[in-house]
Design a protein around this ligand. Structure first.
Ligand code: COA
Length: 332
């Protein structure tokens, strides 16, 4: 079986920057609190458009870097919790907007673990020969489901999109090499959007009660995230005989700098080997990991054969880690 290798990347964030001082103007919060408790200094919010509009520029960049056109894509997977619509899928919207007329596809919902979950599914499709050029998108317009009057959640999130192209590779040494995924539905109550689905359809009451926004019991989720992120990372290192010095980059989901630091510490990894951009983008949910990959590639900080560990934790609870070896040379 061929390996599934990442053969191109792209990303997009909206132009409008909202520094912490934006929230200081109308909420009982401070730049110092936000930086100290989360590591976030600013984030981007899309003033117009939907989640698919965060994906399209990232997808175009990804295709251009690979030198192929949208018609060459045979499958599109979109990981998101902020789809354009309940249906049709955001993948179908992306297919139309991009002109990827030969692609089938679907959305995948695993919140902050969406990209990792989707990467595993995508890799299996490519390994099985069912897809040869798969566009994997992680994107969220979190500003569409964040309560801007709630200081406990408003400051945490941002909007963004990241895209990777997966293709089969006959070289067994590079590509997606291993993965572990977990879920514990008991954690669902601590991080969710209460209304809008079939459990609680939209009504005047749900709107008045502000139930169409992210609800999070932050401290509970934080504690679980610290434990699970470290646990799953150590597990994938052990399974593959990896020591800290073998790893070029840890690519963690960007929810809180303290969670990221704790994970790196447990791995024995210094922070200069950890991709961190939460200070500039906040938590963009399914977009955080592909955003990191694309930015680091663009900056020439990723090289062929680099060993990466991708790790995430999110609503569900869902969590997991992927071990891959980078299959692209540095850009010219
Ligand atoms: N500004 C100032 N104070 C704030 C605040 C803000 N923006 N948000 C919350 N606070 C207050 C709280 O009201 C609380 O006050 P109290 O003690 O008087 O009740 C105090 O700060 C501490 O709140 P707590 O929630 O315990 O803070 P924390 O240190 O846990 O940090 C989070 C809060 C949300 C940053 C943190 O819990 C977190 O990152 N959670 C996990 C996020 C995550 O990983 N999600 C999963 C993936 S999406």
């Amino acid at each position: 079986m061929p390996r599934a290798a990442i053969t191109s990347v792209g990303h997009y964030v909206p132009e409008t920057v909202y520094p912490n001082s934006y929230f200081e103007q109308y909420l009982d919060t401070s730049d110092a609190w936000i930086v100290e408790r989360t590591g976030i200094r600013e984030r981007r919010f899309a003033c117009n458009g939907a989640t698919s509009d965060l994906i399209i520029p990232a997808a175009r960049q990804c295709l251009e870097r690979r030198g192929i056109s949208a018609e060459d894509i045979d499958c599109i997977i979109v990981a998101t919790v902020t789809p354009d619509y309940f249906f049709p899928s955001t993948a179908a919207v992306v297919q139309r907007k991009l002109g990827a007329t030969r692609a089938w596809g679907f959305d995948l919902s695993a919140a902050c673990s969406g990209f990792i979950y989707a990467l595993v599914v995508a890799a299996k499709l490519v390994e099985a020969g069912f897809s040869r050029r798969l566009l994997l998108c992680g994107a969220d317009k979190m500003s569409s489901i964040v309560n801007f009057d709630d200081r406990a959640t408003a400051v945490l999130f941002g909007d963004g999109g990241g895209v990777v192209l997966l293709e089969p590779s006959d070289n067994p040494d590079v590509g997606v090499l291993d993965a572990v995924l977990y879920m514990n539905g008991e954690g669902g109550q601590y991080l969710y959007m209460p209304a809008g689905g079939s459990a609680k359809p939209p009504s005047l009451e749900t709107v008045q009660n502000k139930e169409h926004y992210v609800f999070q019991e932050g401290r509970t989720v934080f504690k679980e995230a610290v434990i699970r992120m470290a646990e799953v990372t150590l597990q994938i290192m052990e399974r593959n005989g990896l020591r800290a010095e073998d790893i070029a980059w840890l690519v963690p989901h960007q929810a809180n700098l303290r969670i990221i630091t704790a994970t790196a510490e447990r791995m024995g990894l210094s922070m200069d080997k950890v991709m961190v951009n939460i200070d500039r983008y906040g938590n963009t949910t399914a977009a955080t990991i592909p955003l990191c990959l694309s930015e680091w590639y663009q900056a020439g900080k990723l090289d062929y054969g680099d060993r990466l560990i991708l790790v995430s934790f999110g609503a569900g609870y869902t969590w997991g880690a992927v071990y891959l070896r980078w299959s692209l040379p540095k850009p010219d």
